[in-house]
Design a protein around this ligand. Structure first.
Ligand SMILES: [Zn+2]
Ligand SMILES: [Zn+2]
Length: 217
């Protein structure tokens, strides 16, 4: 399995190309801009794109969906709750405000625990609400793609509509720190000292985990 991390768009979202080196089938996680460069990246690695996966429904993460789907024929995958939430008319205005395209409904709506495969690789969707109602972390063979749920040393905003700090802390507690400590954390933005981390390192150093969770441990 190969993972390529690359920042895209003017919101500096971390996009990930993950693919099976044998079959060359792959996915893009949050391909939120710079589509031309992403298409070149796919061609360079000889990847046939199977899925466009969104960690959550915020327009700065979903704005590239439609264009990339049109060019590659890949299916767009998102948690059912965020797909419904961000199709509401009031959120279409957000995209305009952010200066990005709004996304069409997903082709595949997933729930907590669902798995999808590409080549010989299986990805599992872990529903981690808090940053958005349908935010997910995606687990692929010891790699956790956390979107805006967990950053290196921080967590995503919880002051936007549909967000809840209480829920986010609950998600960290029940869904993330329960994973093996060596699990690699691949965040949705480069806000930390390093572009990646591990669950164990975040448990020791991330104030949202050490301060909020240790009290009730
Ligand atoms: Zn977000
Ligand atoms: Zn974001």
């Amino acid at each position: 399995m190969k993972i390529v991390q690359t920042p895209v768009g003017h919101m500096e979202v971390f996009c990930y190309l993950v693919y099976d080196e044998e079959s060359r089938e792959g996915i893009l996680i949050d391909p939120a801009g710079d589509d031309e460069r992403l298409l070149v990246l796919l061609a360079e690695h000889g990847v046939k794109l199977r899925f466009i996966v969104n960690t959550h429904g915020h327009p700065d993460h979903t704005c590239g969906n439609d264009r990339l789907k049109k060019t590659t024929g890949a299916q767009v995958v998102m948690h059912a709750l965020d797909d419904a939430f961000f199709q509401q008319p009031e959120f279409k205005g957000w995209s305009k405000m952010l200066g990005v395209d709004s996304a069409s409904p997903a082709d595949v709506r997933v729930q907590d625990g669902d798995e999808l495969t590409f080549g010989k690789i299986s990805m599992k969707f872990i529903h981690t609400p808090g940053h958005t109602p349908g935010a997910c972390c995606i687990l692929i063979d010891g790699n956790l793609f956390t979107g805006d749920t967990l950053f290196v040393g921080a967590v995503g905003r919880t002051d936007l509509p549909g967000a809840s700090l209480h829920q986010l802390i609950e998600s960290l507690k029940t869904k993330i720190i329960t994973l093996p400590p060596e699990t690699i954390v691949w965040p949705g933005h480069d806000y930390g000292e390093t572009p990646q981390s591990t669950v164990g390192h975040e448990m020791e150093t991330n104030p949202y985990i050490t301060d909020f969770l240790d009290d009730n441990a």
